[in-house]
Write a protein that binds this ligand. Structure first.
Ligand SMILES: NC(=O)c1ccc[n+]([C@@H]2O[C@H](COP(=O)([O-])OP(=O)(O)OC[C@H]3O[C@@H](n4cnc5c(N)ncnc54)[C@H](OP(=O)(O)O)[C@@H]3O)[C@@H](O)[C@H]2O)c1
Length: 270
């Protein structure tokens, strides 16, 4: 008998990319999987898709009640739903930044607070938050995305300390670039300034170089399954070779050398 059979997982944003691949991999690993999308969507085989916008507290509460009514338990929550916002920090209104945080951080908090009571009652559970290497390394032209992924790192680590007493663990998965439609789904800056055209061109050149060789979502999905099933889950998992390299360089390379190499990658004057 599969050791995960009978276990229930919720994966937010399972209609595409990393969430879809993770939902599929969790089904293969034996979980009963509920995936979400903001609209009626077809998920991978074996995944029950439910509608939920993580910015809507009532929708989040209804989703969790539906899953609990059907299975009586939630063993795993994968907070994957997210959007991007690339542009100069000066090029977005505060309203746009709030919209980004509403999905990528407050959405995670809404979902987490909704599942924690039932996990605490059962005395077990796992929460996996999809972060990013930009939660480790703030990069130019992604000030707010870097900020929200750094916030997610801090939130996740604090929470992990708090809920470990109830046999609940919280992990963050840190991918680098992943080949999904994430860049097309992102929020476009609402106040473009031509002073940043050069930086924009640098970012576009970087994306042209890295996207064709970026990791496939299945690489991240494998790490999600590992974090979901490890006997002693870690607080952080990098996903893919590039993410491992960034994480190691950030920790061990001298700050000046790291700074120069990052600026060079983004075609900024060093
Ligand atoms: N792609 C990358 O390079 C990369 C790298 C590192 C980390 N990540 C992170 O990985 C996660 C998934 O990204 P992806 O690359 O797989 O992007 P994606 O293909 O665009 O998928 C995003 C998913 O999030 C859902 N979503 C967006 N806004 C939502 C909301 N308000 N409520 C509920 N669901 C919402 C979308 O569902 P619907 O549109 O169907 O509602 C979709 O299923 C994100 O957290 C992202 O920050 C991505």
């Amino acid at each position: 008998m599969n050791m995960n059979s009978g276990k229930t997982a919720i994966v937010t944003g399972a209609s595409s990319g990393i969430g879809r691949a993770s939902a599929e991999a969790l089904v293969r690993a034996g979980f009963t999987v509920f995936g979400t999308s903001r609209r009626k969507a077809n998920g991978p085989d074996g995944v029950t898709m439910l509608i939920c916008d993580v910015t809507d507290g009532e929708a989040v509460a209804a989703l969790v009640s539906t899953v609990l009514a059907q299975t009586g338990r939630i063993d795993l929550l994968v907070n994957n739903a997210g959007v991007g916002l690339l542009g100069g920090a000066e090029e977005s209104s505060v309203a746009q930044v709030q919209a980004l945080f509403d999905v990528n951080l407050f959405g995670v908090i809404r979902m987490t607070n909704a599942v924690l009571p039932s996990m605490r009652r059962r005395g077990e559970g796992r929460i996996i938050n999809i972060g990013s290497v930009l939660g480790l390394v703030p990069a130019p032209y992604s000030a707010y995305y870097s900020a929200v992924k750094h916030a997610l790192e801090g939130y996740s680590e604090s929470l992990d300390h708090e809920v470990r007493a109830f046999n609940i663990r919280v992990s963050v998965i840190e991918p680098a670039f992943v080949r999904t439609v994430f860049d097309q789904n992102g929020i476009a800056p609402d106040s473009l300034l031509r002073e940043y055209d050069r930086a924009r061109a640098g970012l576009e050149a970087l994306l042209r170089d890295v996207m064709p060789v970026a990791d496939r979502p299945e690489v991240v999905a494998q790490v999600v399954v590992k974090a979901a099933t490890d006997a002693n889950p870690r607080r952080r998992y990098t996903a893919g070779k590039a993410a491992r390299q960034v994480s190691l360089l950030r920790r061990f390379a001298p700050a000046g050398i790291f700074d120069k190499s990052l600026r060079k990658q983004f075609r900024l004057p060093v």
